[in-house]
Structures are given as structure tokens and as C-alpha cells.
Design a protein around this ligand. Sequence first.
Ligand SMILES: [Zn+2]
Length: 476
Amino acid sequence: MNYETVIGLEVHLQLSTNTKAFCGCSTKFGQPPNSQTCPVCLGFPGSLPVLNEEAFNYAIKVALALNCKIQDLIKFDRKNYYYPDLPKNFQISQYDMPLSYDGFVDISSGAKRKRIRIKRVHLEEDAGKLMHPAGENYSLVDYNRGGMPLLEIVTEPDLSSPEEAYDYLTKLKSILGYLKVSDCDMEKGSLRCDANISVRPRGETKLGTKVELKNMNSFKGVKLGLEYESKRQVAAIGDNEKLVQETRLWDVEKNITVSMRSKEEAQDYRYFPEPDLVPFVVDKITIEKVRKDLPELPEAKTDRFVKEFGLSEYDANVLTSDVDFAGYFETCARSYKNAKTIANWLMGDIMAQMNTRNAGIKELGLTADGLVALLKMIDSQAISGKMAKEVLLEAIETKKDPAIVVKEKGLSQISDSSKIEEVVSVVISREAKTVADYKNGKKAAITFLIGQIMKETRGKANPGLVNEILKKKLGE
Ligand SMILES: [Zn+2]
């Protein structure tokens, strides 16, 4: 039987505010355990939470960028559960009235475009972090993360393949990068993704038994986990096995999913309104101000790059996928007229370097001015395109300016025709036999002569000029 996969994603995003969601503790990463705690985030009796205004504004910003509607009345709820990483035994979250709802993100999967509906975006606090030292019979808990502001971004089950899930996450991360509300670093846990996945016979409208998938630490992990889980569910149905609603973990070592627990239902959390935070109304002026201050987002930038710089939609899409990358391109394009050439270098050699080094354009250390200077050296034939590629590598490796690399390595190309003529004459008189072969119709002999000239100039002679001058002299 032919099955289709139904996926919904739940992203938890840590907002990069200076202080926690409901207290004044610092959110700085990597500090000594429990050094960033206070009576509020440790849940001491009598302590009272106060909503962080910046976290709230960030949340509105994300909600608007994801085309969501904003709730008139903002209310928080307690999600109750008992676990050592949660000293209050409840998490401040939002239940029946999320801060925002009914949005969408447009993705392009291959050539297909698709709208993924956003069910809700709500604000909540993070839990602490448990550590289980290897070989020990105890666990440790660090409450530094407890109370950090989190946004939960939930899609409708609109994703129909692991690839679409991957494309959605990539697009979402791109938008979040433009908004500068989070560092979106999955390794640090600033962006986490859980998935709900089920399969059903194609054409069926009822959803199949849903499995919640956790512990996927990269976008690639999400894709692999979903691929595995989709196949597992189809195989289970084929074997007449009954699927159960449960939470499963992605095991990155073994590349399988394993059952963790049966899935809890919302009623298990005994949600009720947080009595310590009074519901409030967000006035329309505040919302409109945030909307007005939204930056140009990836799609608008793509359209503008196509119009303003005459780029193809594909190129514009790649360049705008990351806000810093797009900014870098624009800085170059202001002082170098051929936008397509800049795009080719950025999307070719430079992007390859970013990938191998797992670095953003900023970490690469190559300034926009440096790149433009390099491109101008190619145009003026001071160096060849091949040399430029070497210079670029060296510049990135040593964090030196490309112009300085050219100077230090003595790489400047010889484009002075009188100098080249001199070398050509020397080689012609030295290699009389090869010259005779050439004149007797063995045209391939010219390759040897060119090789000798390049050797004499240590590869620095402008190849176009060498070819031209040599042919002229041989014809005489
Ligand atoms: Zn605190």
C-alpha cells in the first residue's frame, strides 16, 4: 500500500535577551553551574516573577515575521510536572491563549513552493539542565538555564516529507537570523526541534497514530530521524503491529529511534492560569511599532536583489539565506560593478571555505574591501583568476588582506608585453628543434614552448599574452 507521511514541528528557541524571562538573572552561556540563579528562578516560596519586556518584544517580533495574529489579551499559565530540573514543579508557559497564532512560512522544496501554516508561537521559560557524570551513581543539576526565555513555534501538520521538514527549518532559521532575536545555535541548545510524525494510506484524511520524536541535535539529524521513523511506522503497519502514541528518542550513534515513554496528554499537566502574572492587553500602537521596525526579510531581499543587481532568483535566494552573507554581498556590490562576479565568488570558493571551516562569513575574516580589491586585480590582469583563488585561500588561512598576500608572495602577474617578448625570444632560440617541429606542422609542439616560458617566469606570465606573442614570433 502507498503511504504518506504527516509531520508537524515544534521548535524551541532561546531568546538572546540579557536577562531571564521572569527575573533579572544573566543569560550568559557557559558560566559556572548555578552561578546565575535567584529566588525567583529557583522557585523559592514568596518570590514573584516579572515579565521581561525585551523577551516579550522579541516574541512579538518573531510572531509578526511569521505572519501570525497577536492575541488581544496576554495570559500565562502554569504547566505542572515534577522533575529535578524544575525547582518550582511548574513551568510558566502559555496554554489556551498563546501570544500569537495562525501564521505561515513559505518554503521552496526543490522547484516546489509550499505554505506551512504556523499554529502558534508562545512564550515560556526553560528548565534547568541535568548532568549524569559517566560511571557515577548520582546526577547533577545546573539551574543557570532555568527561567531562560523560550519561544515555542509550532507548525500545523503540513509537512509531508523529511526534506520539507529540513527546508522549513532552514527557512525558519534564516528568518530568525534576520530578526537577531537568538543565536539559533543548535550545539548550544539555543534552537531545539521536536517532531510529531505519523503515516497514513495515501488519500486517507484521518491522521494516523502520532509519535513524538525528540533528541535530534541538528537539521540533518531531524531529517534522518524522520526518515527512519516514517519507514519504521510503515513497516509496523505492514506487519500488522499496532502503533502506540509515544515519545521516541533519536539515537544519533545507532541511527535508530527508541521508545522513551508513552506520550502524555495535555490534561496530565494540570494547566491553570499563573496567578502571579496578571493578564494584560497589548495595545495596537506597540504592535504596529514592532511591525514597522521589522527588518527587510529574506523574501523581500531576494526580490530586491533580482531587480537591483540583475541576479537570477536562484543566486539571490542563496545570497539572502543568511543575513550576514547578504549584507556582505551588498557591501561588495557598492564598490564593484559586476554583481554576478561577486555572487559567483561568494557562492563558489568562499562558501566552500565557510562549509569546510563551519564558519559564517564574518568568522572567515575576509573583508568585503579585500575581496573587491582581489576582483579588481583580476580585471586589471595584475593576477590571473587561478592565482586569485590561491590568494583567497591564503588570505583566509592567514587572515591577511589579499593585496598583502599578493605583494608578499610576489604573485603579481607579468602583463608587460616587452618583458614577455624577451622571455619568448630566449626560449625560441634555445628550443630550436621544437620550433622547427612546429614550423613543419607539428602544432602540438607549441604546448611545450608555452610550458618553457611559464617555467622561466615561474608561472607569472599572463597566459593570454604569452600565447599571442609566441604565435606572432613563430609566424615571423
Ligand atoms: Zn533568577
